[in-house]
Design a protein. Structure first.
Length: 87
């Protein structure tokens, strides 16, 4: 099995994905103030934990088989944190 060669290293791709999600959510909230809390919740609950899980997998701190479980746990923790601190 051959590995696909990427021009950018993994941390750069993770950062770019997080920034892109932030920009997409920011653009979707233009002229729509009621969507701002929803966009903030999506970013905090889904985007940040996914990026953190990918980064931990890249660093070798988590196996690939356990990375998905870690992401789900991080999303649950982020959802609880959002519920108590940001709503």
């Amino acid at each position: 099995m051959t590995e696909k060669k990427h021009k950018m290293p993994q941390p750069v791709r993770i950062t770019m994905a997080i920034v892109l999600w932030g920009l997409i959510l920011w653009v979707l909230t233009f002229n729509s103030p009621p969507l701002v809390p929803v966009a903030r919740a999506i970013f905090i609950v889904f985007v940040i934990p996914s990026g953190l899980g990918e980064w931990l997998k890249y660093k070798g701190l988590v196996d690939e088989s356990k990375a998905m479980v870690l992401k789900l746990v991080l999303m649950i923790v982020a959802a609880v944190a959002w519920y108590f601190f940001y709503r």
